[in-house]
Design a protein around this ligand. Structure first.
Ligand SMILES: Cc1cc2nc3c(=O)[nH]c(=O)nc-3n(C[C@H](O)[C@H](O)[C@H](O)COP(=O)(O)OP(=O)(O)OC[C@H]3O[C@@H](n4cnc5c(N)ncnc54)[C@H](O)[C@@H]3O)c2cc1C
Length: 402
């Protein structure tokens, strides 16, 4: 079934000033009677001309629907309907380009529900056919010059377009141009690295953490299409964005929940968003946050400087540098090894039914992390395969690797 992003006007907030109808360039796309102002979904072309002039914001409302609400429906409303359950539209998501990429990224845990208390995400709001247009307001390298890891912090501004996100979701970027076969480039997904209210709250923007991918082919060094496009963007450039995507890799909306976050490289992006969310909502919850973050060296660890300033009572950090710490002559230290050093703490968290575990980053990290959880459990009288099963079924174990 195909889902549609329907533009609607909130009858509770609308003051019936007629500004939207006056500013709408499409004859009949917005109309009214003595009760309500309504949007004709067959005519609305999402040009957004009506959004900024509306004095109340009533005009800026959107619902994902399988069948569009009719004009009759809208005229009869005193208030907007709730967003329909997301389960109703995942079939559509299953057909989409981004959904199949996400399925691969989440293959490590299989189908896992979102945390029970997570806020309801909006997904598939902007599509390849109707992308949002974001403006780059910042693009900074966040790993040291001269290192192999060229990772950028990129801020995108959505202006007056609605782009509601939650920590842990991703957005799609459409690189301009075509591939070798003349087809438009496929969408590339990037995790949102800021909290739901934006990189700067109230500015309708979000941040990404993008690593420039390089690879050898035909005896030459090449750069990845999407990541080099992103890393080369200048302030003021316009980017075509789809999404948001992802309805399970989400944080619980419960300040008492413990979050164990395990990542390498740009896998830190969603955890930056989750940490910032916790910091902004304040510290009246008992939930602990623990981060295991791997990179080759501090100069290649994105956000190394800012992380030093995050207070330890908010975030318990284990930064692991494989080029610097060796376990013995053969073995470098990776995140899974550091997890063993915190065995007792992790075992205690695993015993707590309000603990949520997230892995994000390189696919190669999954096995090592699983083995460490297995060892931590057996050393502490627990059974990892039983705990893993419970965590999965309760939406408390999430893997997103790429
Ligand atoms: C859910 C999700 C979230 C993600 N979040 C982030 C994030 O926050 N930050 C981030 O940096 N990335 C993230 N990614 C990865 C991102 O989507 C891209 O996959 C990544 O940036 C590489 O894309 P690219 O277009 O630069 O590379 P591509 O051009 O797609 O190339 C990818 C790889 O394909 C191979 N390849 C391509 N062309 C050739 C060729 N001609 N010959 C031989 N081999 C070739 C190479 O191995 C190359 O490295 C995420 C992915 C997923 C699924």
């Amino acid at each position: 079934m195909t889902a549609l992003r329907q533009h609607l006007i909130d009858p509770e907030v609308c003051i019936r000033c007629n500004t939207c109808e006056e500013n709408c360039p499409v004859e009949g796309a917005i109309e009214h009677n003595e009760d309500n102002y309504v949007v004709n979904s067959d005519l609305c072309n999402y040009c957004m001309n009506c959004i900024a002039p509306c004095p109340t914001g009533a005009i800026d409302n959107w619902r994902m629907v399988n069948d569009a609400y009719s004009l009759e429906d809208q005229y009869s409303w005193d208030e907007l309907p709730e967003q329909i359950e997301l389960a109703d539209i995942t079939d559509e998501a299953g057909e989409s380009e981004a959904a199949s990429i996400l399925d691969t990224a989440h293959a490590g845990t299989g189908a896992v529900p979102a945390p029970a208390t997570a806020s309801k995400p909006v997904i598939n709001m902007w599509t390849r056919e109707q992308p949002a247009k974001a403006t780059v307001t910042g693009n900074y390298r966040i790993t040291e010059e001269g290192t192999d890891s060229d990772i950028h912090h990129i801020v995108l501004d959505f202006g007056s377009q609605s782009f509601p996100v939650l920590e842990g979701q991703s957005i799609g970027i459409i690189p301009p141009g075509t591939d070798a076969k003349g087809k438009p480039h496929l969408v590339r997904l990037y995790s949102i690295a800021s909290a739901r209210d934006g990189e700067r709250p109230g500015y309708n923007n979000l941040a990404l953490t993008v690593k420039r991918v390089t690879f050898e082919a035909d005896g030459e060094t090449h750069e990845g299409v999407g990541s080099s496009y992103m890393c080369n963007l200048n302030k003021g450039d316009e980017v075509q964005v789809t999404g948001p995507f992802g309805n399970t890799f989400l944080m619980p909306n419960d300040p008492d929940a413990n979050l164990v976050m395990i990542c390498t490289g740009t896998g830190a992006a969603p955890f930056r968003g989750m940490t910032e969310r916790r910091r902004r909502i304040g510290g009246n919850g008992a939930g602990k946050m623990m981060l295991f973050f791997g990179a080759r060296s501090p100069s290649e660890l994105p956000y190394f400087g800012p992380l030093q300033k995050v207070p330890s009572n908010l975030l318990d950090q284990e930064l692991v540098f494989s080029r610097m710490t060796k376990l013995d002559d053969q073995q470098k230290e990776y995140v899974q090894h550091r997890m063993l050093k915190r065995s007792t703490d992790l075992a205690n968290l695993l015993k707590d039914s309000n603990t949520y575990i997230y892995l994000c980053g390189l696919k190669g990290m999954e096995d090592g992390v699983e083995q460490s959880f297995d060892k931590i459990c057996s050393d502490n009288g627990l059974n990892w395969s039983e705990i893993r099963q419970t965590l999965r079924s309760e939406g408390r174990y999430h893997i997103e690797t790429y």
